[in-house]
Every structure is written in C-alpha cells, then in structure tokens.
Design a protein around this ligand. Structure first.
Ligand code: UDP
Length: 240
C-alpha cells in the first residue's frame, strides 16, 4: 500500500528494494515508469490534475526529497528512507552493467547526454548505452523512433517535471523499452556540468540549500517547500 502525502502515493521502499523492483519491472512485459517526486512536484500535482494522475499511475513512486520524508513523518505514516532519483539511477546502472541491458539517455541541452554517456561508460564498465537524444525537440515521433530502433531495456527521461512524467506515460509503450525513469536534472550531473551537493549537505538533508546557493534563480520554485509543509500541517489537522 502506498503512503499518501497530499494526494501523491509514495512507495514505502528502501533504495535496495526500489532497485530490485526496477530490475523486475524492466524484465516484465510492457512499458513501466518510475517517478521521483519531491515536495515541489507534490505542490505542482495539487494544481495539475493530469500531473497528479500521471505520478500516481507510475509503477514506482520514490520519495526523492527530504521534505517528503518529513511530511510522511508529520502525518504519522513514516517512509522507510529517502530514495533520491540519482542514487536509484546509479544503483540501477551498476546492475545493468552486470546484466548487459541497454540504456538510452534522453534529455538536457544538446551535447549533455553524449557527454554523460561517455562519463557513465567509464564509471560503470560494461554499461551498454545504446543511444542519446537532447531534450529540446518539437515532435515526439522521431524521438520515439530513435529510441525504438536503439532497442534499450531502460530510458532515463530528463526533461524536468512534470513534463518528463507526462512524456513517459504518453510515449512509454511506443518506445519498446521495459522501464522509463524520470530523473530531472540528472544528466547535467552525470555529464559533469553540474555538481551534486557535497556529502555533508546530503547527509543533513540540505541538498536543496546547496542547489539554491549554486543557482539563486531557483528561489521561486523553492518557495513551494514551506508551502508543502504548511499543507502537510493542515492535512495533519484534518486527519486528527
Ligand atoms: N530540460 C529538457 N527539455 C525541456 C526542459 C528541460 O531537456 O524542455 C532539461 C534541462 O535541460 C535539465 C532538466 O531538464 O537538464 C531539468 O532539470 P531541473 O534541475 O530543473 O530538474 P529537477 O531535477 O529539479 O526536476
């Protein structure tokens, strides 16, 4: 059963359990997709019914942000642990490098996915990256066709939320891939263009602060975090 936080149902899994489930889904007939919402996305879902349906319709909903963990705790239904999308992706690539499953990278500015592919291939020896495409295209058809002909088992879809989730739901089956994972800005990190927060920030749950300091223009988006906590407190009042 999923844990409901302001209408979004989160799977109560550890990182290891999430990766095991990802591997299972990848080898199960049909297209499956994984989403990694943070508090900002939960707030977007509250105002965008299609986004809410798309997120809840995913095969795996992972708690990406520390705010989600606090929210679950405040509501009296704690989640086992935070499962950041980037860590899920890294653990999945380790397993895929052993199993030989193909990976396609979709998203980010032109050139970034190719650069990410090069770095990932040297970081995960044996990882088979079968194709890349940037995230600034007008029509889905040619992109779907490029993925289909590369025949990956998995596609990392990095178009920002909720665009990437809607894209996966609409186009997933036509790509022929078994698993699509929405990963926001991960290709920027994998390519080396953007640094992930130092470990100390990660451990303290302050990764959001690091992103804000590096990129102050995110302040508008980040204001959704206190709003999220206010809504959680309101919800807690209603549930009591
Ligand atoms: N992006 C894209 N196509 C678009 C809009 C965004 O490929 O039409 C990419 C953008 O270049 C960036 C990623 O999507 O690499 C979104 O990154 P952001 O850090 O905003 O995502 P978050 O992880 O916060 O969802």
């Amino acid at each position: 059963m999923r844990i409901n936080i302001l209408g979004v149902g989160f799977d109560n899994v550890t990182l290891d359990q999430a990766v095991a489930e990802g591997m299972r889904l990848m080898h199960t007939v049909g297209a499956h997709y994984v989403v990694t919402p943070n508090p900002e996305i939960v707030e977007v879902c509250r105002e965008d019914q299609e986004a809410m349906e798309t997120i809840n319709g995913a095969d795996l909903v992972l708690a990406d942000g520390i705010g989600v963990i606090y929210g679950a705790k405040l509501l009296g239904t704690p989640l086992k642990e935070r499962v950041p999308g980037i860590e899920f992706a890294q653990a999945l690539m380790e397993r895929m490098a052993q199993g030989g499953e193909g990976l396609f990278l979709l998203g980010a500015r032109p050139g970034v996915a190719e650069q990410a592919a090069q770095r990932l291939q040297s970081r995960y020896p044996g990882l088979r990256i079968v194709g890349t495409h940037d995230g600034y295209f007008q029509e889905d058809g040619p992109v779907v066709e490029a993925i289909r002909s590369a025949a990956p088992a998995v596609v990392f879809v990095c178009l920002g939320a909720p665009k990437q989730e809607k894209w996966m739901r609409k186009n997933g089956p036509a790509t022929g891939a078994g698993l699509l994972v929405g990963l926001g800005g991960c290709l920027d990190v994998f390519s080396g263009e953007v640094q992930r927060a130092p470990e100390a920030f990660q451990k303290l749950g302050l990764e959001w602060l690091h992103r804000l300091l590096k990129n102050p223009s995110r302040i508008g988006r980040m204001m959704k975090l206190p709003l999220f906590l206010l809504h959680v407190l309101g919800e807690r009042g209603c549930r009591r």
